[in-house]
Design a protein around this ligand. Structure first.
Ligand code: AMP
Length: 280
């Protein structure tokens, strides 16, 4: 695996590959890698000749500097994992490489309600920061295929929209959520859970799985009410539990109002915000 720290060298290497018509897959991450991330790398390896993984904890998508500081950073371990996966290129840039001084790389797109509900309502400017870094990384890597996780449902829906708005040649592949054997969605943040909170966190996926079953028995309002009741336990704080159109992310009144329906939730357990979702 080649490790690149500078945009110039990575671009130079990628240009040579492109001249040989090699299909390039790209997996952007913030590191602290787990099996969820590795599933994206494996999917990318299957579809492409060469795969680039990036690790960059993007400061512009954090509205809370405490959360940014607490974000786990495990570079040596990440490098080991990616080497084992036979990753071709790892890009680990500094902040100055991604946001060179004097260059305006702010997000020019208006995603409307898609970016102001759910995560957008709880993390001010989060999706602007996310779009900013993804657009910059796409401009550097120029992949044929981009791999993201269903785990961050709203994020991948907004990136899909952004690719359309950019008229990009890059196609998005959204990969399924990888879960722990007991159902908890894998997340870099899980290592911050105490043993007791780890047990409580299980209720999130359990409630989503049950909601999917109950959706065929009850109305949307009733299904949502039953789920919220299950999650109303000491130690858990539900930020949102929304039933939305899988494409537009518009909140729904009835399950029949969308071709595909997804339930997205974020629950705080201890000091840790955990995201999960399920497609009905
Ligand atoms: P992150 O490092 O958290 O920014 O995540 C990088 C990519 O990995 C994003 O596209 C995530 O949606 C994806 N990802 C994170 N956790 C999982 C998971 N449990 N299963 C599948 N993909 C995931």
């Amino acid at each position: 695996m080649y490790l690149f720290k500078h945009v110039k060298e990575l671009k130079h290497y990628l240009n040579a590959l492109r001249n040989q018509n090699a299909a390039i897959g790209f997996v952007p991450t913030m590191g602290a890698l787990h099996k969820g991330h590795l599933s994206l790398v494996r999917a990318a390896k299957k579809d492409n000749v060469k795969v680039v993984v990036s690790i960059f904890v993007n400061p512009t998508q954090f509205d809370d500097s405490g959360d940014l500081d607490a974000y786990p950073r495990t570079a040596p371990h990440d490098i080991d994992l990616l080497t084992t996966e036979n990753t071709d290129m790892l890009f680990m840039p500094s902040e100055a490489e991604i946001y060179p001084p004097g260059v305006d790389s702010s997000n020019p797109f208006d995603f409307g309600k898609m970016a102001s509900i759910m995560e957008g309502a709880y993390r001010k400017g989060h999706f602007d920061g996310m779009a900013q870094v993804v657009r910059r990384l796409l401009n550097i890597v120029g992949p044929d295929l981009l791999y993201m996780g269903q785990k961050d449902y709203q994020q991948q829906a907004i990136v899909k929209k952004m690719l359309e708005m950019m008229g990009s040649k890059t196609r998005l592949r959204t990969c399924p959520i990888i879960r722990e054997p007991d159902g908890l969605a894998m997340s870099s943040r899980n290592i911050r859970l105490s043993a007791e909170d780890r047990k409580k966190a299980l209720l999130i996926s359990k409630t989503l799985f049950e909601a999917k079953k109950e959706a065929s028995l009850f109305s949307l309002q009733e299904t949502r009410k039953r789920a919220l009741k299950k999650l109303a336990v000491p130690g858990l704080k539900v930020d949102y539990f929304e039933v939305v159109d899988a494409e537009s992310l518009a909140p729904l009144m009835h399950f029949e109002d969308a071709k595909t329906v997804v339930i997205c939730t974020t629950v705080r357990v201890g000091g840790v915000r955990l995201l999960d979702n399920i497609i009905l």
